[in-house]
Write a protein that binds this ligand. Structure first.
Ligand SMILES: Cc1cc2nc3c(=O)[nH]c(=O)nc-3n(C[C@H](O)[C@H](O)[C@H](O)COP(=O)(O)OP(=O)(O)OC[C@H]3O[C@@H](n4cnc5c(N)ncnc54)[C@H](O)[C@@H]3O)c2cc1C
Length: 379
């Protein structure tokens, strides 16, 4: 990973709108599963593409990726992203390990974008937000260090891991109540921990909760402790929680349900419409309300799944390609009736020469980056 594009030739050959600022057809902000998928699609479909990624994101907190077809849960979110970055660069994309600070529309009528990052400025025809969201952490000292190892945020990823164990749900709103009741599908031992707060769920939910076999604990949660039975060379796993009334309870793990904060400020500054929850509003092609701007993954809906982020990324990648590709042209364009089409626009092939050179080189390689070992049934 670099703070500048990976190879000299890519920089030199990238189309330039002036002599100093690299110009891309597509720039993706965010290098998680959603953004990297869009970037791999647009690169392999012949569009010069850059990804900007500041360190962090939800994928980086995933110790074990679950529910991803054919990928072992020994793989972490960071490893998955590192493989994807290698694939993206291999196909001819530029990866900037840099945080985008601002984006503005350029040109008299807009339609192009200038992105200012901490160490680089680039221009783009299309911008893709893949900036994710942040889980709001519980205010329990010591608990956050068990993220992914006893403290979880994703029911559909980790309920399986906690099956048949004593489980907590921390929170005091509708979503906490819902997750607590849902966990009864996986274990008979569920505590709903209010951490000294007043419940915010409705009277109907309250009645529903009381009809389920869930222990509601009103007192504050003051600390978390590790499971002492875990080997010292293993990362620690949560052992349990200590309460304000002096009691302790061992847990296999649980979920914190304090909502999410969408990383949508840059999109809002650009004029993109947000949903009531603060996510970026997109259509079925993952295009936002500003022309030429797309958004994918968690920042659009909070679906909270790697596979869905990947699917979103693919939708946007295909839509951007259909929008940007130079061929097919209409008969009017080809027969010269359309005066807006310059002769240059009719030159073939439509994809820039540097990216076509990479296509030819990659085609002839015997090995390619990405997860390869071990293969099922292999040595
Ligand atoms: C603890 C945990 C465990 C999980 N386990 C699983 C699981 O097992 N299976 C599963 O399917 N899902 C799991 N998930 C959910 C999964 O991680 C997310 O759904 C997925 O990462 C979403 O991908 P994304 O690309 O939309 O966002 P993210 O992964 O959050 O990536 C967004 C990226 O944008 C970058 N970014 C933000 N702003 C900027 C900026 N201004 N400039 C440059 N870069 C920027 C961030 O650094 C980040 O890398 C888990 C989540 C958590 C928190």
């Amino acid at each position: 990973m670099h703070a500048v594009p990976s190879t000299r030739s890519e920089v030199e050959l990238a189309p330039m709108s002036d002599h100093s600022i690299p110009s891309y057809e597509v720039v993706v902000v965010g290098g998680g599963p959603a953004g990297l998928t869009t970037a791999i699609y647009t690169t392999r479909l012949g569009h010069s593409t850059a990804v900007f990624e500041k360190e962090g994101g939800r994928h980086a907190t995933v110790n074990h990726v679950h529910n991803l077809l054919g990928v072992s849960e020994n793989v972490s979110g960071s490893e998955l992203a590192a493989h994807a970055v290698a694939q993206f660069e291999h196909y001819g994309g530029d990866f900037y390990a840099d945080a985008v600070d601002s984006i503005t529309e350029t040109g008299d009528d807009g339609g192009r974008f200038r992105l200012e990052a901490a160490h680089a400025t680039v221009e783009a025809d299309r911008v893709v937000f893949a900036t994710g969201f942040r889980d709001r952490s519980p205010e329990v000292p010591e608990l956050e260090r068990f993220t992914g190892r006893g403290l979880h945020y994703c029911l559909h990823c980790d309920a399986y891991t906690l099956g048949d164990g004593p489980v907590f749900v921390l929170g005091h709103d509708e979503s906490a109540a819902h997750v607590a009741m849902t966990m009864l599908n996986f274990t008979a031992d569920v505590d709903l921990l209010l951490d000294g707060r007043e419940p915010e769920w409705s009277d109907e939910t309250d009645e529903q909760l009381r009809a389920h076999p869930i222990d509601r604990v009103d007192t504050s949660v003051v600390s978390a402790y590790a499971d002492e039975s875990i080997d010292e060379d293993e990362p620690p796993w949560l052992g349990g929680l200590s309460f304000g009334d002096g009691t302790e309870r061992d847990y296999l793990g649980g979920f914190a349900m304090y909502g999410t904060a969408y990383n949508a400020d840059l999109a809002a500054d650009l004029g993109c419409a947000l949903t009531d929850e603060g996510a970026i509003d997109v259509d079925e092609n993952r295009e936002a309300s500003v022309d030429g701007v797309y958004a994918v993954g968690d920042v659009t809906h909070g679906q909270n799944q790697t596979t869905i982020a990947i699917g979103d990324g693919a939708y946007a990648g295909l839509a951007i390609h259909k929008d940007l590709r130079r061929f097919p042209k209409s008969l009017e364009e080809l027969e010269g009736d359309d005066e807006t089409v310059a002769d240059d626009d009719l030159a073939v092939p439509g994809t820039a020469p540097d990216l076509r050179a990479t296509m030819r080189r990659v085609r002839d390689l015997k090995t390619h980056p990405g997860l390869r070992e071990p293969s099922p049934g292999g040595d």
